[in-house]
Design a protein around this ligand. Structure first.
Ligand SMILES: Cc1cc2nc3c(=O)[nH]c(=O)nc-3n(C[C@H](O)[C@H](O)[C@H](O)COP(=O)(O)OP(=O)(O)OC[C@H]3O[C@@H](n4cnc5c(N)ncnc54)[C@H](O)[C@@H]3O)c2cc1C
Length: 406
């Protein structure tokens, strides 16, 4: 058959992949199979401006609707891929179609982790991954509803900020002893804890959830400290897991993510994978990573597109991420995991500072809060694993550009 790239999943990575394929001159046919009802859209605003009602759904789209016809992309929405036959090179869908491919791409993203405690199936308990989830949360939280949020990661804290600003009473339960503990250092956690409390969020750390209670719908959360916290709705943000089942069933290597090489190729050379569903090697950190970020989705899509069109291209970027909470923009470059020292640049009391992370004296990551210059200028230093004297790093009369010592 003539060249045909079939993409499973029509999310952010897939939207970039089809764009890059055509930009790079791919002249085969492209079939995009997505189980949601929407064209590829951006998820970050779902816990930010879209949840606040400040952004219409059309503005979430990665590309305007006309783009797909113009670029001759066969988009089939509401279509779930249910099986893959790698020998026949076909995929089966829940709409009864069999689609042949010459190249297959997994862009299946991730699903939210769900609670299974008593009461977890009650109406009024929400998760947040797609547009419909936001529609349900907004409908349920009108008029200053009392909101209980489970988990003080990015999603929980962003939602807390938006709903608090909308006039809701917000309680956040977090089992760890500090917020965002998986990704930031204690001073950065302490800074965000102060900010949320100043905005009136009832933040309860070292406090897990035992069960949800309610007759017909959610009424209260019972905590591990024995408190009964009443609320009108609960929103759970306890992490995500990659959608790998289909790949695994097709015999493709999976290890907490679909395993790809630096070209975004899976263990089958005709099959690629991109975005949240992957586990990929990173030469900067010399280990494999599973990332949940727009940057990763977009860059892997570009790398896969290059390789599908026959151009040898490797993905090796400094990961970056952002989170908006109230008027604060947290920007993270690099991965701080494994740091043995950190240095503050600036004073958290000014609501603008950075926390730079070192390992063996080398810069490995930075968290910048309303300090975009530190964030931008750090990326090349992290990429080159620059050795930086902590005293120099703390000196805010110097920019990050001045830090290079070699
Ligand atoms: C609320 C929220 C806020 C976020 N905020 C930020 C942020 O501030 N900064 C940041 O960098 N990142 C953020 N992210 C993460 C970012 O949105 C993801 O990293 C990005 O969407 C990953 O893109 P993807 O294409 O890999 O996956 P997705 O966008 O999840 O797309 C995957 C698609 O595949 C579909 N699918 C799965 N299986 C099948 C199948 N068998 N058949 C057909 N379709 C299938 C899924 O339904 C989905 O539509 C946020 C995510 C959420 C949910």
């Amino acid at each position: 058959m003539s060249k045909r790239t079939v993409i499973i999943g029509a999310g952010h990575a897939a939207g970039q992949l089809v764009t890059s394929l055509r930009q790079k001159g791919y002249d085969g046919s492209i079939v995009l199979l997505g189980d949601e009802q929407y064209l590829p859209y951006q998820r970050p605003p779902l816990s930010k401006k879209f949840l606040a009602g400040e952004l219409p759904a059309e503005r979430l789209l990665v590309k305007p609707p006309g783009f797909y016809d113009d670029q001759d992309i066969d988009v089939r929405l509401g279509t779930r891929v249910t099986a893959i036959d790698r020998f026949a090179k076909t995929v089966e869908t829940d709409t009864g179609e069999t689609v042949e491919y010459t190249t297959l791409v997994f862009a299946t993203g991730a699903k939210v982790n769900r609670l299974s405690c008593p009461g977890s199936a009650l109406p009024g308990i929400h998760y947040l991954r797609n547009i419909e989830d936001v529609d349900r949360i907004r409908a349920d939280s009108q008029g200053g509803a009392r909101v209980i949020i489970i988990g003080a990661g990015y999603i929980g804290l962003e939602v807390a900020a938006i709903l608090r600003e909308a006039g809701s009473d917000v309680v956040v339960l977090e089992t760890a002893d500090r917020v965002m503990s998986r990704v930031v250092s204690p001073p950065v956690s302490a800074f965000f804890e102060r900010i949320h409390r100043e905005h009136g969020v009832d933040l309860r750390l070292s406090t897990g959830l035992q069960s949800f209670e309610g007759e017909q719908r959610f009424e209260a959360a019972l905590t591990t400290s024995g408190d009964r916290v009443e609320g009108d709705i609960a929103i759970v943000g306890i992490g995500i897991s990659p959608n790998t089942e289909l790949a695994e069933a097709a015999g493709i290597d999976v290890d907490d993510g679909i395993v790809v090489d630096s070209h975004c190729r899976t263990s089958d050379p005709d099959v690629f994978a991109i975005g949240d569903c992957t586990r990929h090697p990173n030469a900067i950190y010399q280990r494999s990573l599973r990332l949940e970020s727009v940057q990763n989705a977009l860059e892997q899509a570009k790398t896969a597109a290059a390789n599908i069109t026959g151009v040898d291209d490797e993905y090796n970027e400094v990961p970056w991420f952002w989170s908006d909470q109230y008027s604060l923009k947290l920007q993270i470059a690099g991965l701080s995991e494994g740091f043995d020292d950190y240095v503050l640049r600036g004073n958290p009391d000014d609501n603008s500072f950075s926390c730079a992370y070192l390992r063996d004296g080398k810069l490995i990551a930075i968290d910048s809060i309303n300090a975009p210059k530190d964030f931008m200028l750090s990326k090349p230093l992290i990429k080159d694993a620059c050795q930086i004297d902590p005293a120099v790093l703390a000196d805010t009369s110097l920019t990050m550009r001045d830090m290079r010592q070699d």
